[in-house]
Ligand binder design. Structure first.
Ligand SMILES: *Cc1c(COP(=O)(O)O)cnc(C)c1O
Length: 712
């Protein structure tokens, strides 16, 4: 996911792209220089529609892997726009005798689905197809594999478009395209053209693109030059059947979009509506300008210029389209329903992630890491309740390239979120799932010798990290069991890329615990020494988690496995560590007041009448409960308008009541903080955990999937 939100360039290019599309249908330079007009309308203007696709993909497909709501909204909205557009152009269809053609019904269906009912409207169904196909592919496969499919579709498209001359030479391909063109007029549609650009948009949104501005600019210039050359070449050899699709259009758009994201400036909020309306309405404006010219010509001969001078014609069409867009957008805004600007996520109870704090924590940790040591982000249990997708994609965008989870399905989910980094499964995986380990390119922990043997016998090569039990006595091959360790290294289907262990008491600085930690470390090193003595190359090493790093920063390994430090919390509020990092919590838990009621003195509240009002009491009902992960025995306060409000009675499965008698101006809809980022609120995760006899890790990782998620 990208960090900065520079959308100014995109907004600006939206307008430019709309006017480029107008050139395609007006040929503004044709009365001056036909060659220049060709370059403008048949090559440069081809950037416009792919740019719109990439933009849609960029904003839409970001959360493809998990959230279909945005996709559904996009489809609904596009269908609505398409419906209105069809109606707008209906009179022109009638004028052009559209409805007197043969095989009307199949034709209408074909046009609605692929070609568009008027010649530029193909863009709208193509957007829907492009979005859905890309969504499906990215959800089912990873980025790399889905790219091959969208690229393959694009190649089929190319051979039916600018390169048709080649496809037409062979019998099979000719037959194929003959058949295809009975279903659709062009391959420039939602099946063969749009997906690759939606994919690009999503890819750019989700991945960190490490090209500099200079590299992007050079890339853009080079691919533009190549595209112009390509276009001229295919035309020279008379290959195109139609000329919307070029090979170099793809890199061209990729670099262009990256450049646009670097441009700084204020957002042009109206650009989106304007560009869309201009796109849809300009053919009608062409008709209108021509009509006006024809009528005016009788009285004013210069009106001839309106159609005869291509530049004047173009400018008039643009002006008319602009005026129409302005009118339309104004009317729409005036009559649009007053939509509630509150995000959908704020409807009930939600987790709010402050990703800036995550960035901050990562940077804090990096300051103290030994050389050659990398962060392995531990994101098991939905990233300790912070939500896997949001958390992991943000970290990967920041350059973290190793992740750890507890179970194989968490690892697969990470791949489906688009994570390309190393993923280590810390826990047990049934060996019958070796094929999945290979398929998703995961690292499995070898949890003991028998496990290694069984995994090896699956006859599927898998990558692993070998776990050594140095004293935790939970998972791992015992540090003393050297012959077995040596044997595992010789297993043919097991590739050992890492070796690690886990400390059992690094959070304590009591002398006997420090001694035990040192013992565990020595045992780990004795295994590494044994490997060296036996000429077995030592793979990547790791042994510290958060407290291991904070209390034993001098240990040198290849990774530290960090959970808590990234989430910015200690297990308990008073934990003291040798290294004091300035960590900031990332997660807060919020909800809102949905009901207020005045209860007389002496009434019972909630189950078992566990709370009896001692005075006339104002109670607020909050719509979250222990099913959302709040500990049932939590009996502290929540914060409303900055004031503490004590929980009244038992927390139920889905609601809880709070006493708001002393909270001034409380109203339905007020936001409530339950877990707070504020260090002095008494409502930090470690403080609440302590009150409930638990630790932050448990409190956070139990937060339920029913909670909405909002990133700020
Ligand atoms: C959960 C886990 C970690 C992360 O621990 P934190 O204290 O949250 O940093 C590291 N290693 C293993 C094996 C774990 O299970």
């Amino acid at each position: 996911m990208r960090k900065s939100k520079n959308y100014f360039g995109i907004d600006m290019f939206r307008l430019l792209a709309a006017f480029l599309v107008v050139t395609v249908h007006t040929s503004p330079l044709c009365s001056i220089n036909p060659a220049a007009d060709f370059v403008l309308t048949r090559i440069l203007a081809r950037l416009a529609v792919p740019f719109f696709f990439v933009t849609s993909g960029f904003f839409l497909v970001k959360r493809y892997a998990k959230d279909t709501v945005k996709l559904q909204m996009f489809i609904k909205k596009t269908i609505k726009i398409y419906g209105v557009s069809i109606l707008i152009y209906l009179p022109l269809n009638i004028y052009a005798h559209y409805f007197s053609k043969e095989l009307l019904l199949p034709r209408i269906i074909q046009d609605i689905v692929f070609n568009g009912t008027f010649y530029h409207l193909w863009y709208l169904p193509a957007s829907i197809f492009g979005a859905v196909i890309t969504w499906f592919l990215i959800k089912k496969l990873d980025y790399k594999k889905s790219f091959f499919i969208v690229a393959f579709l694009y190649v089929i498209g190319l051979l039916g478009d600018s390169y048709y001359g080649i496809a037409g030479q062979f019998n099979i391909s000719r037959e194929f395209y003959n058949l295809l063109f009975q279903i659709m007029y062009y391959t420039r549609n939602g099946l063969f053209f749009a997906p690759i650009f939606f994919w690009l948009g999503s890819f750019i949104a989700n991945k960190q693109i490490n090209f500099s501005v200079l590299e992007n600019s050079l890339g853009f210039c080079a691919s533009l030059l190549l595209m112009v050359t390509e276009a001229i070449t295919v035309h020279r050899f008379n290959l195109p059947r139609h000329d919307s699709m070029y090979i170099f259009l793809v890199p061209c758009i990729f670099f262009l979009f990256n450049i646009l994201l670097e441009l700084k400036g204020k957002r042009i909020t109206w650009a989106r509506d304007f560009s869309l309306v201009i796109y849809i309405i300009h053919p009608l404006m062409i008709v209108l300008v021509r009509l006006c010219a024809r009528i005016l010509m009788y009285k004013m001969p210069f009106a001839r210029l309106f159609v005869e001078n291509s530049i004047v014609h173009y400018l008039l069409v643009c002006a008319a389209s602009l005026v129409f867009s302005w009118l339309f957008v104004n009317i729409k805004n005036k009559y649009a329903k007053n939509v509630d600007p509150t995000p959908r996520q704020k409807c009930r109870a939600w987790i709010e992630l402050n990703l800036n704090n995550l960035t901050h924590n990562l940077n804090e940790v990096k300051k103290v890491l030994p050389n050659n040591c990398q962060v392995m982000a531990v994101v098991k249990a939905e990233a300790y309740g912070h939500r896997l997708f949001e958390f992991a994609t943000h970290l990967e965008a920041l350059g973290v390239n190793a992740f750890a989870v507890a179970a194989i399905d968490e690892a697969i989910l990470l791949r489906k979120c688009g994570i390309n980094s190393e993923i280590l499964i810390l826990g047990y995986t049934d060996v019958r799932r070796a094929a999945d380990l290979k398929k998703y390119d995961l690292l499995q922990t070898i949890i003991d010798f028998d496990y290694a043997k069984a995994l090896n016998e699956q006859n599927i090569p898998v990558k692993t990290h070998l776990k050594i039990d140095t004293g935790m006595h939970r998972l791992g091959v015992n540090f003393n069991d050297l012959p077995n360790i040596k044997d595992i290294f010789s297993f043919k289907n097991i590739k050992i890329l890492g070796i690690y262990s886990h400390f059992s008491c690094t959070e304590s600085l009591a002398p006997e615990d420090v001694e035990y930690t040192q013992l565990q470390l020595n045992r780990f090193h004795s295994v590494l020494d044994y490997l060296k003595e036996n000429n077995i190359p030592v793979p990547k090493t790791h042994i510290q988690s958060t407290y291991g790093l904070l209390n034993y920063p001098q240990i040198e390994c290849n990774y530290v496995r960090l959970g808590l430090a990234l989430y910015g919390v200690y297990a308990l509020p008073d934990d003291k560590t040798k290294l004091q990092l300035n960590l900031k919590p990332v997660l807060s838990l919020k909800s809102k007041v949905v009901l207020l009621r005045d209860i007389p003195q002496g009434e019972g509240v909630g189950y078992d009448r566990a709370f009896i009002t001692e005075r006339e009491t104002k109670l607020a009902t909050l719509p979250l409960g222990y099913a959302d992960g709040l500990p049932k025995n939590f009996s502290g306060c929540v914060l409303i308008n900055g004031f503490p409000a004590p929980i009244a009675g038992r927390i139920c499965m889905d609601q809880l009541s709070v006493d708001v008698t002393d909270v001034p101006n409380v109203a339905v809809g007020n936001e409530v903080e339950i877990i707070s980022l504020k260090p002095d609120s008494n409502l930090s995760a470690p403080q609440i955990a302590e009150q409930c006899g638990s630790i932050s890790n448990e409190l956070l990782s139990r937060l339920g999937m029913r909670l909405d998620i909002l990133t700020v």
